[in-house]
Design a protein around this ligand. Structure first.
Ligand code: IFM
Length: 480
């Protein structure tokens, strides 16, 4: 297939590699991930409350094809079958998230024990198969009642999150060794409150700026609430940093582009990494967003956010490449949260794309993993907590799904992880996105990210060739 060849060509262009297997360090952790709203379904069962994604899905035109997470991959009922599949694929860990509205239907107050019981059963099913659970406490499904009270633009949501996090931790800390507070808070703040593509579907840059700080604070408050309950498990957070650059990697030619790249990098990367790892916001971005109300920092917040963590999850899909805005065109939605970026635009290089139109830039993952440790000497060990690609290859008459492009994508990115480790990055694991095809947010079910195909009519699971390839990589702890 030509496009798979294109992806392999990207890999070759990056220089020679050893002829033998590229081994990963002993104990390297291999896994696959999902999130609650994307796979569970069962939105009305066992006392679950309404989430902001239920609400957005009901808004006409918000989600491709009018899709919703009401059934999804039905993992709420099929987690045992899925755990067996994970064991066949030799996964050492499964990263999944807890739906806050199942635990506290209104985001505050009494605990819904039926919700907690569900996750107790999921964790037990994984442990019975020898699979270590890696739990994310918030993967975007905020209880609607909290959004109605201000959502992430309100400080109160951060306090409520810490309470919820401690509740779940108390119930599962004895059996779950890996915890993340938030998944990709940039998406919650920027896509949720600036561009409005994600729930709650708001376009208000002032609210987005406040959300950045309250998400950071929520993380810190949760760590502070969880650690005294049990200091054993590894506590962390999952971010989605990305290299922000010109399409050919050359220095920006204009002042507008130079400044635009600085600001986009600030909002995407530095407003998360700097408070978390250095206990401060980047001064340039704090000044830029002052006109949008600024970060609502109270005494002690920065120390709370910078509480020590045990691991940092890095989700990576592609670099973001920017160029000067062509004359006569207008800036993208969301430019408002990046004051001063009205003169720049997304400027992708030529080359293969995934079904979503995403560019393929595997070397960015190497560069990112190396730069986090270099720029933040106190950074904890890293786990690549998401990486993958949407491709929809047909099921062959023999039942096989020959998803060569996904395998080439995974191979190229794993090679980058291997290179990063050779260059000194402290990377302890790799979690593919996703275990299963699932509800891809505003794209609905149109985008298939699974290493395992899901037939939504029957809920039948079929491992694609990429899953079988990954199984063999895991068994060898090496890239062939
Ligand atoms: O499906 C999402 C996931 O929920 C968060 N990270 C990016 C994935 C692909 O878009």
């Amino acid at each position: 297939m030509r496009e798979a060849e294109d992806v392999r060509a990207i890999l070759r262009d990056r220089g020679p590699r050893p002829s033998g297997p590229r081994r990963f360090p002993p104990g390297f952790i291999w896994g696959a991930g999902t999130s609650a709203y994307q796979v569970e379904g069962a939105i009305d069962e066992d006392g679950r409350g309404v989430s902001i994604w239920d609400t957005l899905c009901a808004r006409p035109g918000a989600i491709a094809n009018g899709d919703t997470g009401a059934v999804a991959a039905d993992q709420y009922h099929r987690y045992r079958e899925d755990a067996a599949l994970m064991a066949e694929l030799r996964l050492a860990t499964y990263r999944f998230s807890i739906a806050w509205p199942r635990i506290q239907p209104d985001g505050r107050g009494p605990v819904n024990e039926r919700g907690l019981d569900h996750y107790r059963r999921v964790v037990d099913a994984l442990l019975e198969r020898g699979i270590a659970p890696n739990v994310t406490l918030y993967h975007w499904d905020l209880p609607q009642a909290l959004e109605d009270a201000g959502g992430w633009s309100s400080r109160e949501t951060a306090l409520r999150f810490a309470d919820y996090a401690a509740t779940v931790y108390r119930a599962l800390h004895d059996r779950v060794g890996w915890w993340a507070t938030l998944n990709e808070p940039w998406c919650s703040a920027f896509l949720g409150y600036a561009t409005g593509e994600h729930a709650p579907g708001v376009r208000d840059p002032r609210r987005a700026v406040a959300a950045i700080h309250h998400l950071n604070l929520a993380h810190g408050l949760a760590i502070r609430a969880m650690r005294p309950i049990d200091a054993g498990p590894r506590l962390g957070i999952v971010l989605n940093p990305a290299p922000i650059r010109t399409k050919d990697g050359t220095p920006p030619a204009t002042e507008t582009l130079r400044d635009g790249i600085r600001i986009v990098d600030g909002i995407r990367n530095r407003v998360w990494l700097d408070p978390l790892l250095e206990g401060r916001y980047p001064a340039d971005i704090a000044a830029d967003v002052a006109a949008l109300g600024g970060f609502p920092i109270a005494d002690g917040d920065l120390a709370t956010i910078a509480a020590p963590i045990d691991w940092l999850g890095v989700n990576y899909y592609h670099d973001d490449t920017l160029g000067d805005l062509p004359p006569g065109t207008s800036a993208a939605a969301g430019a408002a949260i990046h004051p001063g970026t009205a003169g720049i635009a997304w400027d992708p290089p030529d080359g293969p794309r995934t079904d979503q139109g995403w560019i393929i830039t595997p070397d960015g993952l190497r560069a990112l993993l190396v730069s986090i440790g270099r720029d933040h000497p106190g950074a904890p060990p890293l786990i690549v907590s998401e990486n993958g690609a949407a491709y929809d290859d047909p099921i062959g008459p023999d039942g096989r799904i020959r998803d060569e492009r996904r395998t080439a994508y995974l191979a190229a990115h794993l090679d980058s992880v291997h290179r990063a480790i050779e260059e000194g990055a402290d990377v302890r694991g790799y979690i593919a996105w996703s275990l299963l095809d699932n509800f891809e947010w505003a794209w609905g079910y149109a985008m298939r990210f699974g290493i395992v195909h899901v037939d939504y009519a029957t809920q039948r699971r079929t491992p694609r060739d990429s899953a079988l390839w990954l199984r063999d990589v895991i068994a060898a702890n090496a890239l062939p």
